[in-house]
Design a protein around this ligand. Structure first.
Ligand code: SAM
Length: 289
């Protein structure tokens, strides 16, 4: 199905968000291919800048990507007292790598992305994100995140899963067994953070994923950020810590305003960190009951 009609791209996904779809007016299709894993498109939009679309689903736009990339990176990094060694799973556009390497305590970043074509296309069309791949701190492996995790034990302080939605190659990254592998790959006191969808869209799925995480992590929280180009303008993250005493909503590392400015952070701050975990009453009641 061609998702661009009369100059508008529409994100129609009846399984993931039935009965609704976000649309963007397209100025130009810059790239279109079918890789071994997924359909890849980059379009120039009228009001959201460049947009990466995988299997018909918006992954990021240059207008609002910082909200997602900064929050999925700094929420877990600042929930750990000393995040020296970090793993990113997915993240083929490079935006999460761009943010993680900024953190002053981070010494070494590994990334495992299943689709090299997403990396190459992002380098060509989305250089403001793909600049993350240029860091000397980063080692990129092309492979499946689930399989990679089986071979890494007791190695990372923080693992960030920046995956696409739970269809196609990313399905395994939402299973309870994936959280078990994450736990084994972490050092003592380690922290994980996974893209977890919006409670407005699939409340039960988010809750099920949180339950999967809490089987292996004594401390689990759900934090949100606002991203207008994602369905419902909103996305959440599941954060798990192996330290049962860690208060996730209280940053282990607080940044002063001058540090935030020096890191060129446009969305994340220590106050936003605390606010992100505050949930509407109906959500809190059901998630933590
Ligand atoms: N911010 C985006 C979102 O939430 O929609 C995600 C961005 S990033 C482009 C998602 C990446 O996850 C894609 O590049 C995709 O190839 C990768 N991916 C999907 N399944 C994977 C797997 N099993 N192992 C590693 N990477 C995977």
């Amino acid at each position: 199905m061609d998702l661009i009609s009369k100059g508008w791209f529409s994100e129609i996904q009846d399984d993931l968000w039935p009965g609704q779809s976000f649309s963007l007016k397209v100025k130009e299709v810059l790239h279109k291919e079918k890789s071994e894993f997924q359909d890849i498109q980059v379009v120039e939009t009228e009001t959201y800048g460049r947009c990466l679309i995988l299997d018909g689903i918006i992954q990021c736009t240059t207008r609002d990507e910082f909200s997602y990339q900064e929050m999925i990176s700094f929420l877990p990094l600042c929930s750990h007292p000393n995040p020296q060694k970090v793993l990113i799973v997915g993240g083929g556009d490079g935006g999460v790598a761009r943010e993680v390497v900024k953190h002053p305590l981070v010494k070494e970043v590994h990334q495992v992305e299943i689709d090299d074509r997403v990396v190459q296309v992002s380098k060509k069309y989305l250089p403001s994100m793909a600049c993350g791949f240029d860091s000397e701190k980063l080692v990129l492996t092309i492979g499946d995140g689930f399989e990679y995790m089986k071979n890494h034990k007791n190695e990372f302080d923080v693992i960030i899963t920046d995956s696409s939605d739970p269809v196609g190659p990313a399905v395994s990254l939402f299973h309870e067994s994936y959280f078990e592998l994450l736990k084994q790959a972490l050092k003592e006191g380690g922290v994980v953070c996974s893209q977890a969808g919006s409670f407005w869209l699939d409340f039960d799925y988010v809750k099920k994923t949180m339950k999967g995480c809490s089987l292996h992590f004594p401390k689990v929280g759900y934090a949100v950020t606002s991203v207008p180009s994602y369905p419902c303008g909103h996305i959440g993250f599941i954060i798990g810590s192996l330290d049962a005493n860690r208060k996730l909503e209280k940053p282990a590392k607080r940044f002063e305003k001058s540090e935030i400015d020096a890191l060129n952070l446009k969305y994340y701050s220590s106050n936003i960190h605390e606010a992100a975990f505050t949930l509407p009453r109906w959500v809190e009641k059901h998630f933590y009951e």
